[in-house]
Design a protein around this ligand. Sequence first.
Ligand code: APR
Length: 399
Amino acid sequence: MTESQTRSTADVVILGAGPAGLVLGNLLQDSGVDCVVLERAERAHVQTRARAGFLAANTVRILERHGLAEGLRRRGQAHSTCEFRTADGRFRLDYSGLGHGERHTVYPQQELVTDLLTRFLAVGGRIGFGVEAVAVLDADTDRPSVTVRDADGRPGTWRARYVAGCDGRHGAARRSLPAGSVRRHHCDHGVTWLGLLAEAPPSLDAVGYAVHERGFAGHMARTSEITRYYVQCERGTAAGSWSEERIWDELDLRMRGAEYGPLHRGRVVQRTVVDLDSDVLEPLRHGSLFLAGDAAGLVSPSAAKGANLAVLAAEILAEGLTDALLRDNSAALDAYSARCLAYIWRAQEFSHWMIRLLHGPTGSDETSLFHNSLRHSRITSLRTSRSHQDWFAEHYVGV
Ligand code: APR
């Protein structure tokens, strides 16, 4: 560990070095705000953790505005097509020609995190790796502190004026909220995905969404050698329980490889079981403690909004903290929660709609059949109605 253990005060203590914490750190550092980032994991882990990869146009604009987009401008791939495959056939939506005409940039999150980290350190940012925040204390005062322990279990304390909880869903920020201080809205969508990273080139030049009676399957390009797939599975499935052959056979079946061409198979290098659930905390503040990114709300991965919301929240929070600390003006900080929640709920609404588009009830009772017919009609509308497609494009690529 570095300097961060010897000097244990900062105006802003940021918990977590994911997209939220690192964008916030860079923006505060650039504004001249005294801050530190505390990250539980070691640097190598943070820089290699494969996660999301689809950046919305607004996310790219934010990163460009603050000089954080050099890597993604060089290595990111513009992407603007998705393909739906159903029993009725397949159709494509080129969303750069729909809605607001915007595109995604495909840029693996670990590369973005590496860029943000490198830049933060280059401009003199302070970061402690292997430092786990244990609890945020006295958040209801203007002298909050964070208790920590380092990789060897040694305890410490950081004193701050503000604490930014960017440490995800299971982090110390959420855990430290006193009962009743913040309300949690939660929804379990009752759907489970086996998320896979395969050493295989993409099988189609689009994001692929397969709606199949056996369940959902998804294809998301990452790089020319790595592709992400999702396959819906039973709740409670263990990540290692499907053989590679079963995974590929099932993906091929649901993606209708027999009709549209078999998938490019390869070694499965990562598997994660994801129970699709969403939550939103409200407000995103308790006294001097602010929440951003996954700590503020977890949006199910169906519409790839998580990292985009994290970057957006970090920009809004940075503005508020900078005004409060350097200009003695807390108006923007006081408005932070409400401003962010408006974006978060909009993203939640669209993600929820996507979940209901991609998954149907599995039973053959009357209600399940009814809902599956509704779903069929929803997909038909998306295939045929230009205004529906415009609405889809606007929300699919927007945050
Ligand atoms: N103390 C310090 N660091 C912690 C602690 C803790 N107690 N708990 C978690 N962390 C660290 C994690 O190791 C991780 O590096 O906080 C970081 C949180 O980063 P992310 O999980 O990437 O969260 P966030 O920055 O909010 O980005 C969220 O990115 O991958 C997408 O879609 C995903 O929605 C997600 C989005």
